[in-house]
Ligand binder design. Structure first.
Ligand SMILES: Cc1cc2nc3c(=O)[nH]c(=O)nc-3n(C[C@H](O)[C@H](O)[C@H](O)COP(=O)(O)OP(=O)(O)OC[C@H]3O[C@@H](n4cnc5c(N)ncnc54)[C@H](O)[C@@H]3O)c2cc1C
Length: 523
């Protein structure tokens, strides 16, 4: 599988496909289908802006073969993979392309590149997998001599394994499957499987505080991090020297979620687990979303969570269940839950029995293992389907938040209404819960609507309304996608004016000349 993604689509270029006929038939029942598939011909980028002197200084650090200014390299590192990013790329808008791509091979080279950037006032955008969905790869250009994409693709080592303490130190450029393959050689797993797993990187997971599909069992990424090494323009910083510490505030938390605005994460020490010997995923059916969510809360508060726990609302359940070959038949309604168990056979069997007993007691009906098998088989496919839907003139995008259990229904209703009202008929809004805590849960919304004349404008309007609804109901502006540039207008609502000033103060300390990802995260 290629790790260079398609420039205007998600993922492996070889897997780009038109909407299958059966699915197309289904879509046509709801939306007008208009073919818009873009031809990916050669694209002309704006000429790069960097002087020969800057290019020479960059090349002196990494070697001239690792300073790339050709159109294709720059195009492949332009923006991320949100639907607005894809719509702009499909429209041929490459105005945010970096001037050059530089590829360091180790921490010292990263540190030396930052010195060059400061000397010449060049903006630096750390680039991991390029899967950002919040505009995290779009640096401000004004006032800079140019923009460089600092691609961590050559930093893919497993630097250390401590099988006694169960930690591993990974370089930031490792993509999800590469990190898992290296850990597997030691019988270990990280257990971090976001939907972007196949392309996103270790450094990106840390820089965005990512959360994966098995977060109920393994924890979100920031909870797995024990130590970090960061190259900042002010110098290197190494954090995390013991499993717990009272040595002042935990500075690791300052760099987790820092989205390249404070420096480049060059090594991440993570907690690892033994690879599971057995995996089982059960399907359960609930009469309503509220009943399923209450059951999730019961499990979380009883500290009886499976490894994977997800609940689709009525709309998402109905859509997942529709068999395009038998359109017209009715789905049996309700809400589908997947409860997955991973570990030794004894641990799986004990936890599965305990969880199943609670779910049955609370009124769930078992659907057997088939829904779980289907979910596992398709768990990384949705982004490819988004491209096929865009090809068919259907706008598809997602957004996420998290809130306390006592407010979950309020936020769910407010965001659903904001999206439905701004997109208008026949928009579809689907939702699921896939990350749960003792005190609350995330809500992940997917929308589908006819593209119309101005798909980008329509989505940005809907997203604004949804973000306002999130803030109005006291939920977080992002549970795991980060802030980037897209969520920045709502950041002060969440952390307050003093909070914003603290972020700026840290930036002044570690990046006094402001070359690190300017405009991203820190307002
Ligand atoms: C289809 C799809 C599905 C997704 N599913 C999930 C999901 O299930 N869970 C989830 O959490 N997220 C998900 N995401 C969002 C995205 O994959 C995550 O934010 C991911 O952590 C980004 O990793 P990356 O390596 O691609 O980072 P990039 O996109 O390359 O960068 C993201 C940000 O981090 C900065 N950065 C990257 N590497 C470093 C580094 N080494 N040091 C400092 N800064 C750095 C960049 O400058 C940028 O601001 C999804 C995205 C897509 C497109």
């Amino acid at each position: 599988m290629s790790l260079e993604m398609h420039p205007t689509r998600w993922g492996d270029p070889a897997r780009a496909a038109a909407l299958p006929d059966t699915a197309r038939g289904l879509v046509e029942l709801v939306f007008p289908v208009t073919d818009r598939r873009v031809a990916d011909g050669p694209v002309l980028l704006p000429a790069h802006d960097l002087s020969d002197l800057v290019l020479r200084d960059l090349a002196a650090v990494v070697g001239p073969e690792h300073v790339l200014t050709d159109d294709e390299s720059r195009r492949l590192r332009t923006r991320g993979k949100s639907t607005p990013d894809l719509l702009r790329a499909r429209a041929g808008d490459l105005s945010d392309a970096p001037d050059a791509v530089v590829r360091p091979s180790n921490h010292d080279e990263v540190q030396a590149l930052l010195e060059v950037a400061v000397r010449h006032r060049v903006a630096v955008v750390p680039f991991g997998g390029g899967t950002s969905v919040v505009g995290g790869l779009v640096a401000r250009r004004d006032g800079y001599a140019g923009v460089v994409s600092l691609d961590l693709v050559r930093m893919k080592g497993l630097l250390a394994v401590d099988p006694v303490s169960m930690t591993a130190t990974l370089e930031p450029g490792l993509r999800g499957p590469e990190a898992e393959a290296l850990l597997a050689e030691h019988g270990l797993t990280l257990g971090h499987f976001p939907q972007s797993f196949e392309f996103a990187s270790i450094g990106g997971f840390a820089a965005t505080r990512s959360s994966g599909q098995s977060s109920a069992g393994y924890g979100r990424f920031d909870a797995l991090v024990d130590g970090l090494v960061v190259a900042t323009p002010a110098g290197p910083i190494e954090l995390g020297h013991a499993p717990a510490s009272a040595a002042g505030p935990d500075l690791r938390q300052v760099f987790l979620g820092s989205e390249g605005a404070y420096g480049v994460i060059t090594a991440v020490t993570v907690r690892v687990r033994a690879r599971p010997e057995q995996k089982v995923y059960d399907g359960w059916r609930w009469p309503s979303f509220d009943a399923g969510a209450d059951a999730m809360r019961t499990l979380a508060q009883a500290q009886l969570l499976p490894t994977v726990l997800r609940l689709s609302d009525e709309n998402e359940t109905a859509l997942n269940l529709v068999d395009p070959d038998s359109i017209g038949g009715s789905s049996s309604g309700g809400c589908l839950m997947i409860a997955g168990f991973e570990g030794t056979p004894a641990a799986v069997s004990a936890r599965r029995a305990a969880v199943s007993a609670v779910l049955e007691d609370l009124g769930a009906e078992t659907s057997g293992e088939e829904p779980g098998r289907k979910w596992v088989a398709g768990r990384f496919d949705a982004p490819y389907l988004r491209d096929s839907m865009l090809d068919a003139g259907v706008l598809v995008e997602t957004l996420e938040t998290a809130t306390y259990w006592s407010r979950l229904r309020r936020t769910y209703d407010a965001v659903s209404s904001a999206l439905t009202e701004t997109l208008g008929e026949p928009a579809m809004v689907l939702c699921h819960v896939s990350h749960v805590y003792e005190t609350g849960a995330s809500l992940y919304f997917t929308v589908a609507a006819p593209e119309g004349d101005d798909a980008l404008g329509r989505w940005l309007g809907a997203k604004r309304a949804a973000m306002d609804a999130i803030v109005a109901t006291g939920a977080t502006i992002t549970h795991h996608h980060a802030v980037g540039t897209d969520h920045q207008p709502w950041l002060e609502d969440e952390i307050g004016a003093v909070g914003v000033e603290v972020l700026r103060a840290v930036k002044r300390a570690v990046d006094p000349s402001g070359v690190m990802n300017p405009g991203v995260l820190v307002p």
